[in-house]
Design a binder for this molecule. Structure first.
Ligand code: SF4
Length: 179
């Protein structure tokens, strides 16, 4: 991992159980172009907000103890900083950790942007992608790990291989994503 590379974050969380299966650490990336009405984190929208942090320092703040099953990238929009996010994600996967990523882009939209720096690399190391903007009219408090019903939990590598979306299914795929 490049110790010189920096990433701009809104913050981190540890011991989360609402951002994917198991106990997870979460990186909230700074900067979001989607501006969903009803967004719970509007302070993450500005690309010049939050704070810059080196990747090694960010890893230290994630408190990756043996109880942590994985890391979740949230936001903000992680793909705005795809090269740094991909480098961090690759390091985390090499440590045996699961990686889930939230994006405000839809799966179909992301595939049209795959040529952008770091997008393909970040997608290919993501186990499960939760896609799409937050849509207030589709809020359902019963949804697992998602805010609105339009958002899908997508098994990325399987979906890329199949050329169609393969969903992550709570229950049947509970083991999946635990590192
Ligand atoms: S994608 Fe997420 S962070 Fe960005 S505006 Fe929508 S809900 Fe907020």
């Amino acid at each position: 991992m490049n110790g010189e590379r920096k990433v701009r974050i809104a913050g981190v969380a540890t011991d989360s159980v609402v951002d994917g299966p198991g106990i997870r650490s979460v990186v909230f990336f700074q900067g979001c172009p989607h501006q969903c009405p009803g967004c719970h984190n509007p302070e993450t929208w500005r690309s010049d907000g939050g704070s810059e942090i080196s990747l090694p320092e960010l890893v230290r703040r994630l408190n990756l103890n043996p109880l942590v099953a994985g890391v979740t990238f949230s936001g903000g929009e992680p793909f705005l900083q795809a090269p740094a996010a991909a480098e961090l994600g690759k390091y985390l996967r090499e440590q045996g950790l699961s990686l889930w990523v939230y994006t405000g882009y839809t799966w179909e939209d992301l595939l049209t942007k795959i040529y952008r720096p770091g997008y393909k690399e970040l997608l290919e190391i993501t186990e499960v992608l939760i896609d799409g903007p937050f849509i207030r009219e589709e809020v359902d408090l019963r949804l697992l790990f998602r805010g609105s019903a339009n958002q899908r939990m997508i098994r990325v590598v399987e979906s890329l291989d199949a050329g169609t979306i393969i969903p992550w299914r709570p229950g049947a795929d509970d083991h999946y994503g635990l590192g």
